[in-house]
Design a protein around this ligand. Structure first.
Ligand SMILES: C[S@@+](CC[C@H](N)C(=O)[O-])C[C@H]1O[C@@H](n2cnc3c(N)ncnc32)[C@H](O)[C@@H]1O
Length: 314
């Protein structure tokens, strides 16, 4: 009987919310005690080495394709990758392509396996051209069990979030600032963008892939994909702020933000709710919190975007 109620609770919207609040509180206590080790950026933990290399190649290709960059545009550039997670493969691809300096920044310390990482980098290296291999070898030295980085080319910063405007100034300035599946996890996005604005050179580019979905919070238990928009902000933050939940900022936020910063911006929609969008929205619209009721059907149907924004040259 107790098991039956436990299962039922776990499946109900408020049952899930209660679980998320408890998990969020536990994470908060863990982080404030100084333990920054986390699994939520550990993308590669679940992949085979070949799948990891494929993921890295795809992420790298996406950045170039959406930002309309060609390999020569990378030569001698300085690049900041925010929220790189548990693998430096994307950074290594940029460096092998001629980028002069790369900084990888992450708020947490993703669970890492240096032996697995080394094997991934080894396979990645084998796919490179001669020029790329020469550049790769300057940055990373493969050892039997692990690897060694030259921080002159590739600097890794853990425990530092993009909102840490003051501390980040010491990193210098960059031609490109990029991220994948990171901005949706940042709750003080205004501060994060101010910080990126400080760090970006005049004429530099922001290239961010952003996912607007609920990251399985409720869809993982079979709920409507917009259930996470039915909670008032205060309760929602209690459920998600320290657990990697999405911040519920949508396309119009990014457009307005880029306008305010005076950036020239292009937004490409990468995924939507699909053909059932209209009926899904009809089903839930009146239950959404006021701030989301104001958004159009078109905006609420968008599941993910690529944001490409250029800082003015002035
Ligand atoms: C979902 S993971 C994505 C990891 C990687 N980009 C990938 O594609 O596999 C999000 C990453 O962003 C990092 N992160 C979250 N908030 C951040 C912040 N404010 N500043 C820097 N990194 C952050 C997390 O620690 C995590 O490693």
């Amino acid at each position: 009987m107790i098991e039956f109620f436990k299962k039922k609770m776990k499946r109900s919207k408020w049952g899930i919310a209660a679980y998320l609040v408890a998990r969020n509180l536990k994470n908060r206590l863990k982080y404030t005690s100084g333990n920054l080790e986390d699994e939520y950026g550990a993308t590669h933990q679940k992949l085979t080495n070949e799948e990891s290399v494929h993921y890295i190649e795809e992420v790298f290709k996406d950045y170039l394709q959406y930002a309309k960059l060609n390999p020569p545009d990378l030569i001698d550039k300085e690049v900041l990758e925010i929220g790189y997670g548990d693998n430096l493969g994307v950074a290594l691809k940029f460096l092998a392509s001629g980028v002069k300096r790369m900084v990888c920044l992450d708020k947490y310390h993703s669970v890492r396996d240096s032996f697995k990482e080394k094997n991934i980098y080894q396979i990645l290296r084998e796919s490179l051209s001669e020029d790329e291999t020469n550049r790769f070898d300057k940055v990373l030295r493969l050892k039997v069990e692990s690897f060694e980085l030259d921080p002159h080319f590739l600097k890794v910063e853990h425990g530092l979030s993009i909102e840490n405007r003051k501390e980040l100034k010491a990193l210098g300035r960059f031609d490109f600032i990029l991220s994948r599946a990171v901005l949706e996890h940042i709750f003080d996005l205004d501060l994060a963008f101010d910080s990126m604005n400080d760090l970006l050179k005049a004429g530099g580019l922001l290239i961010h892939k952003i996912d607007f979905r609920d990251h399985g919070l409720f869809t993982g238990c079979g709920h409507h994909p917009l259930t996470f928009l039915t909670f008032p902000e205060v309760i929602y933050r209690l459920m998600t702020k320290h657990s990697g939940g999405p911040n519920r900022k949508f396309l119009s936020y990014y457009r307005k933000k880029m306008e305010r910063l005076g950036y020239h911006c292009e937004i490409v929609v990468t995924q939507t709710l699909g053909e059932s969008a209209k009926s899904l929205l009809n089903e839930i619209r009146r239950r959404l919190c006021t701030q989301f009721q104001e958004l159009s059907d078109d905006e609420l149907s968008i599941n993910g975007i690529f944001l490409i924004a250029r800082k003015s040259n002035a």
